[in-house]
Design a protein around this ligand. Structure first.
Ligand SMILES: [Fe+2]
Length: 396
């Protein structure tokens, strides 16, 4: 029983079969039930004017819902996606490689006091935002790919990706999202002016070294002003190490003196730094990093924003590894819009057998024979070469 509804008449629980009328090229690749007001807002944002709703599916699912109420809440259908994960991953892999290359060449130019054309990183980060708009999971997955000696390049790129996702999550407009992506991409360029022995020191910096390291914010903002970067971006970058309690640097700003964008970049920068593998330490799990941020709020970080960041990243972020109750390891591919503990995963390793498996997709929200996540894990816990697995089995 199909009926066309104006987008403003669409309600939670309706089963969307297809698009009736639209502006733009948005495509629904899988039909699904509208699970939240945010989903309706997202459809509107994509230019959807009216949709065809399958009323029989709606009624049927309501009956199923009634029947299943005793046991467990029904897992609603996924949000329709514009582009599939696999299709967007092809773009994301290229963007990720290009981002590292571009970051390297900008750092080299800044290091040699050569001019940098801001239109180039701007065009690049706008492309990042477009990829996130099409399917955020692809680039989010790429943030889990770490190589040993390229921390600075990957960290800046990751902060751009994570920040754009975070900005989208909190409902900022496209221009603000693009501004934050660019701020993330360039936030640490001042580090090129820091002597190598301090920048690459394998271990904690002593007080004197830390004082020198802190200057990267000063150098970075100075270069950005010379580049002609807008004031708001310079300010966001200048605030990425400021903390609400006044114990941050370089200015020791407090509370309201720090902008919303400055608070957001501080959260994302810390999260990525904690989860990164360095030559002297293994990165912590995402869960641990989120716990640290929650512990340090509201003293150091904006509590409301940390809470929203936790929701944005999820307990089991896309690209992270999880241990299942059947003694297998899987990578999270896609989060469930409601049930944070029931993402779509790719199972690829047997702990019992100590060997890789033929990768298999599993939707933990659908019938999965009682398979569930036991815990978040990191690759080194099981001596897994995750990068190799990712390149050989996910990117095809
Ligand atoms: Fe920094």
């Amino acid at each position: 029983m199909l009926k066309t509804f104006d987008i403003d008449e669409v309600e939670e629980g309706m089963f969307v079969d297809s698009i009736a009328k639209q502006q733009g090229k948005f495509k629904i690749t899988s039909r699904g039930r509208v699970t939240s007001l945010a989903a309706i807002k997202q459809l509107k944002k994509k230019g959807i004017l009216s949709v065809v709703v399958d009323l029989s599916r709606q009624l049927k699912s309501e009956v199923v819902e009634q029947e299943e109420k005793q046991e467990e809440p029904e897992a609603p259908a996924e949000l329709p996606e514009e582009i599939s994960f696999e299709a967007e991953l092809e773009v994301a892999v290229k963007l990720h490689a290009k981002g590292k290359h571009l970051q390297k060449s900008i750092l080299e130019s800044v290091g040699k006091n050569l001019p940098v054309d801001i239109a180039i990183p701007e065009a690049f980060t706008n492309n990042l935002v477009s990829s996130i708009d099409r399917n955020p999971n692809a680039l989010m997955c790429m943030t889990k790919i770490r190589e040993k000696d390229t921390y600075l390049l990957e960290h800046s790129l990751n902060v751009a990706i994570l920040l754009a996702n975070f900005a989208t999550h909190v409902g900022l407009d496209e221009e603000q999202i693009q501004e934050l992506a660019l701020s993330g991409f360039l936030h640490d360029i001042g580090k090129i002016k820091i002597p190598d022995e301090i920048l690459h020191k394998p271990g904690r910096l002593n007080d004197q070294e830390m004082t020198i390291m802190k200057d990267h914010v000063y150098y970075g903002t100075k270069v950005l002003v010379e580049m002609g970067m807008p004031d708001s971006i310079v300010r966001t970058i200048g605030e990425h190490h400021e903390r609400l309690d006044g114990y941050g640097y370089p200015e020791g700003l407090r509370g309201d003196e720090i902008t919303q964008f400055g608070r957001m970049i501080a959260i994302v920068d810390t999260y990525d730094a904690i989860t990164a593998d360095r030559c002297y330490k293994v990165g912590m799990s995402s869960k641990k990093a989120l716990q640290i941020l929650l512990q340090d709020a509201p003293e150091k970080y904006d509590e409301g924003l940390v809470t929203q960041f936790v929701q944005c990243i999820g307990i089991f972020p896309v690209g992270s590894l999880v241990k299942l109750n059947n003694e297998k390891i899987a990578m999270v591919l896609k989060q469930h819009p409601i049930h944070a503990t029931k993402p779509v995963v790719k199972v690829f390793y047997s702990i019992r057998g100590n060997h890789y498996l033929e990768p298999k997709e599993l939707n933990l929200a659908a019938a999965s024979n009682g398979v569930k996540i036991v815990d978040a894990v990191i690759a080194s816990d099981f001596k897994l070469d995750f990068n190799k697995y990712f390149n050989e089995s996910i990117v095809v």
